[in-house]
Every structure is written in structure tokens, then in C-alpha cells.
Design a binder for this molecule. Structure first.
Ligand SMILES: CC(C)(COP(=O)(O)OP(=O)(O)OC[C@H]1O[C@@H](n2cnc3c(N)ncnc32)[C@H](O)[C@@H]1OP(=O)(O)O)[C@@H](O)C(=O)NCCC(=O)NCCS
Length: 163
């Protein structure tokens, strides 16, 4: 098992977060798009556009040399422009990704736990997300306390309480 540590995400992490947004969007290799195409997609780009707003928060996992290996962050969306995992205007929606060589080593779970801690510290009661049911990540979310609150054709909206 390779060692990693987790620190709060900051403004200059925009590039890492963009990488992780691309990983999340491209979770299914059969439907993979180029980085440029993913980030040109307005429905995806809005998860990081203008990072870091005052209400944005997140964390980055780094290896022993301080190189980012994964990240998660949460953002509030307005009801008239909801994210895919929108449940209410005050509930932050998270995005999660880990660089492929670092997967299945506990990074994703550790990031989710730290994000929940951050959310509670900011006074949030819940976190939400959207996940396609074919993505094994849904099992990770269930094991971290997320429950399905709405379902589309292929994806579920999930929520967990954080305090
Ligand atoms: C989903 C993702 C963030 C999980 O991060 P990770 O660091 O690989 O996850 P962890 O190592 O913490 O593993 C969490 C659990 O999932 C399991 N798991 C990991 N990789 C798996 C795989 N390929 N298939 C099935 N289960 C897997 C682990 O065994 C672990 O369960 P356990 O604790 O009971 O053993 C990561 O795989 C990823 O970046 N995927 C692509 C982007 C993505 O899908 N993001 C989410 C979009 S909603």
C-alpha cells in the first residue's frame, strides 16, 4: 500500500480538480471523451468554473512527495441551474476522482470521509451526488452512508447526512 495524506483543497488546485472532473466524467472507458471535450461541456465545466468560490470546499490526496493523486470537492448549485445530483439549494454536491494508478488503495474512501468532516465543520447537514448505477463507485458511496433519494434512467441521486 502506497502512503498518501489528505489536505484541504485551495485555489491553485483548479488544475487537479479539472483532472478529477475528467476522470469522473470518463469513468466508463467505453464512453471516454478527450479532456478538452469534457471541459468544454458546459454541464460538466460548471462543477469547477470559477474555483474556488467562498462556498466551495474540498480536499486533495497527495503522495509522499506532495504530488496530487486524487481529490474531492463540493459546490452549491442554484435551484434554477441544478447539478446532476441536486437535492436542495443549500446542499453541496460532491465530485470525486482518483488518478488510475492510485485506485483501490483507500484514497477515494479517505477523501469522502474528510469531505464529510469539512461539510459538517461548515455547518452543512447533508452532501449529495449523482452516480451512474453501473459505476462501482455507487457501492463505495453506500458504504459511506449515502442513500438513493431519486433515480433517473441510468443514474441515482444520493445523499448522506454529515452530522
Ligand atoms: C470511484 C473512485 C473515486 C474510488 O476511489 P478509490 O481510491 O479507487 O476507492 P477506494 O480504494 O477507497 O475503494 C473503495 C471501495 O471500492 C472498492 N473498489 C475499488 N476499486 C474497485 C473496482 N475497480 N471495482 C470494484 N470495487 C472497487 C474497494 O475494494 C473498496 O472497497 P473495500 O473498502 O470494501 O475494499 C475511483 O475509482 C475513481 O476515480 N474512478 C473514476 C472516477 C469516478 O468514477 N468517480 C466517481 C463518479 S460518481
Amino acid at each position: 500500500m502506497n502512503a498518501f495524506h489528505i489536505r484541504p483543497a485551495v485555489g491553485p488546485d483548479a488544475r487537479v480538480l479539472a483532472d478529477m472532473l475528467v476522470e469522473a466524467s470518463n469513468w466508463n472507458p467505453v464512453r471516454s471523451r478527450t479532456r478538452v471535450t469534457v471541459l468544454e461541456d458546459a454541464s460538466v465545466r460548471r462543477y469547477i468554473a470559477g474555483w474556488q468560490r467562498p462556498s466551495d470546499f474540498g480536499c486533495v490526496a497527495e503522495d509522499a512527495r506532495g504530488v496530487a493523486v486524487g481529490a474531492t470537492w463540493a459546490r452549491l448549485f442554484p435551484a434554477n441551474e441544478p447539478g446532476y445530483g441536486f437535492v436542495a439549494s443549500g446542499v453541496p454536491e460532491l465530485t470525486l476522482g482518483v488518478y488510475p494508478p492510485w485506485r483501490a488503495q483507500g484514497v477515494g474512501r479517505a477523501l469522502l470521509r474528510e469531505l464529510a468532516r469539512q461539510a459538517a465543520a461548515r455547518g452543512h447537514a447533508r452532501l449529495s451526488l449523482s452516480v451512474e448505477r453501473a459505476n462501482f463507485a455507487q457501492r463505495l458511496y453506500v458504504s459511506e452512508g449515502f442513500v438513493t433519494v431519486a433515480s433517473g434512467d441510468d443514474a441515482d441521486t444520493m445523499v448522506r447526512t454529515v452530522r
